[in-house]
Design a protein around this ligand. Structure first.
Ligand SMILES: Nc1ncnc2[nH]cnc12
Length: 183
């Protein structure tokens, strides 16, 4: 049980985030939107106002970005959105893939798209979406994957920008989230 919490205020919601170690020297405030309809709905409304006008389609990656992408696409009246997967399922034909590294996952993993996703992305302006942008590793992998599929990445958006990402002016986000360094 985590003893310490960080109080987050975002899109009119307040959440107590448990501070949890991800390495010997670094802890994060765990932000989980899975199962939280209120934060997903309200954040999507605020993000919708900031989506680049010429966005054709939204793309996210498994897992925590999925409800956000579904709701943001719905608010924007988009019938489809794209989910990059962490593994290849039997129903995924002719997959393409890239390597991915993230702050919350140990080691390397891959991100995959199936051929129907590639068809939907080809030649489109795509907005990359996630719950948190931190090191930028997941976004980098998603960008490479979208470009491999023949899409043009028009922007990167998230509910929160964590650590140094909060200083970036090339990404869309609603609030900052600190990282917690210790000895
Ligand atoms: N603070 C955080 N909580 C949950 N997922 C994350 N991914 C990157 N930073 C995170």
């Amino acid at each position: 049980m985590a003893k310490n919490y960080y109080e987050l205020h975002v899109a009119g919601c307040t959440r107590q985030l448990p501070i949890l170690p991800v390495s010997d020297t670094l802890s994060i405030a765990g932000f989980v939107i899975l199962g939280d309809t209120e934060i997903v709905t309200r954040a999507s409304e605020e993000l919708a106002a900031r989506v680049p006008k010429d966005t054709d389609i939204i793309m996210t990656a498994e897992t925590k970005g999925i409800p956000l992408a579904a709701e943001l696409a719905r608010v924007l009246g988009m019938k489809r959105y794209i989910v990059a997967r962490k593994s290849v399922k039997a129903y995924m034909q002719n997959p393409i893939w890239v390597e991915d590294e993230s702050i919350t996952t140990k080691g390397k993993q891959r991100l995959y798209l199936m051929d129907t996703d590639v068809e939907m992305l080809h030649g489109k302006n795509v907005l990359l979406l996630d719950d948190v942008i931190s090191t930028g590793g997941s976004m980098k992998a998603m960008k490479a994957l979208a470009e491999k599929a023949g899409a043009h990445v028009i922007g990167e958006a998230a509910i929160l920008a964590e650590g140094n990402a909060a200083k970036r002016d090339d990404i869309i986000f609603l609030e900052k989230l600190p990282l917690f360094e210790h000895e």
